[in-house]
Write a protein that binds this ligand. Structure first.
Ligand code: ZN
Length: 244
């Protein structure tokens, strides 16, 4: 959906991981928390956009709605489908799933409390009006410590996975752990790998609100939403990006 007038709205990107019916922790929000989050956003006049909407805006100048917000879920947990999906649908919201492709159908082995991840079949059956798929590296790598050659191999493995399984995806990446190379030379090499592989955007954490056309498309900020946050904290994070 596109609006006629171009809007200078800044873009908020919220980062979620797991959902639970009753237990919250910093990576897990409960369904009742998530319902309240969606309610707060809808009441405040935010419009849920897709990552593809935003890329059309950035690369082709198509307008965004006022107060755009992009919901992103890292790691593609089964709970994204079983618990978050009904609420997304109820609120007319959508979310981008960042999928570590080597772990599809398995569990989050890098995690202290490993949880079940969506299978290829489940990914293939997701409602495309609600979910879009994007990259989260193949092996959930921290790119801060990954050589450019290994990044290139890893990115190609992600793309091959989506193509092989005929899954529609957006060529944008969320850095696992928010990790990018600290060394400027290494960072430049990563950008070269991204350009060679036609990666269109990359997301860190950062807890800031983005310009509608970010200065560095490979350094987009997301706001870290935690199950340990109160609703007051959630509102502050949405309003300001970070807490003061
Ligand atoms: Zn992750």
């Amino acid at each position: 959906m596109f609006w006629k007038r171009s809007s200078p709205s800044r873009v908020r990107v919220l980062m979620y991981h797991k959902f639970s019916e009753g237990r919250s922790d910093y990576l897990t929000v409960t369904t009742s928390q998530f319902r309240r989050h969606l309610g707060v956003l809808a009441e405040a006049g935010y419009h849920f956009i897709t990552l593809q909407d935003w890329l059309y805006h950035i690369y082709q100048g198509l307008a965004l709605p006022p107060r755009p917000v992009l919901l992103t879920f890292d790691d593609a947990y089964v709970s994204n489908l079983t618990l978050a999906y009904p609420l997304l649908k109820e609120f007319g919201a959508r979310a981008t799933l960042f999928v570590p492709t080597a772990y599809v159908g398995s569990s989050s082995g890098w995690d202290e409390q490993a949880e079940e991840l969506l299978s290829v079949e489940q990914l293939g059956r997701l409602n495309p009006e609600v979910f879009e798929l994007a990259l989260h590296t193949h092996r959930h790598l921290n790119y801060r410590n990954t050589s450019p050659d290994d990044m290139a191999t890893d990115l190609r493995a992600c793309v091959d996975f989506f193509v092989e399984h005929r899954l529609t995806f957006v060529k944008a990446l969320a850095y696992p752990y928010g990790g990018r190379p600290a060394d400027p030379g290494h960072y430049e090499q990563m950008l070269r790998v991204f350009r060679e592989n036609n990666i269109q955007a990359a997301f860190r954490i950062g807890n800031r609100i983005n310009a509608s056309t970010p200065r560095n498309i490979y350094d987009i900020n997301r706001i870290d939403i935690r199950g340990t946050d109160s609703l007051f904290t959630f509102r502050r994070k949405v309003a300001f990006g970070r807490l003061f």
